[in-house]
Design a protein. Structure first.
Length: 88
């Protein structure tokens, strides 16, 4: 029973924080958010380039590292991309 109350309290808290964030973000000019997203994208691409240019890593290890960086970036932004749909 206590776990259920904790879950409900947490959900209510998260919902309220979400409303506050949406309210704040709604007041921002769209370019502020776009600029922040672009900065994050550039940092991620720079990290991927550094991995690719690092001559100490082998092929599969390098690809795994880049895949992990891309997955982390998508997770941070909650972005869902299905590249397979682009092929067909």
């Amino acid at each position: 029973m206590k776990e259920e109350k904790d879950i409900i309290s947490t959900a209510l808290y998260q919902a309220e924080v979400g409303k506050m964030v949406l309210d704040y973000v709604g007041r921002l000019h769209p370019t502020i958010i776009q600029d922040a997203m672009e900065r994050r994208a550039v940092r991620t691409l720079e990290a991927i380039r550094a991995v690719l240019e690092d001559g100490t890593r082998g092929g599969p290890e390098c690809l795994e590292q880049v895949g992990a960086l891309i997955a982390l970036y998508h997770q941070e932004l909650n972005v869902k991309i299905d590249r397979r749909s682009e092929l067909g």
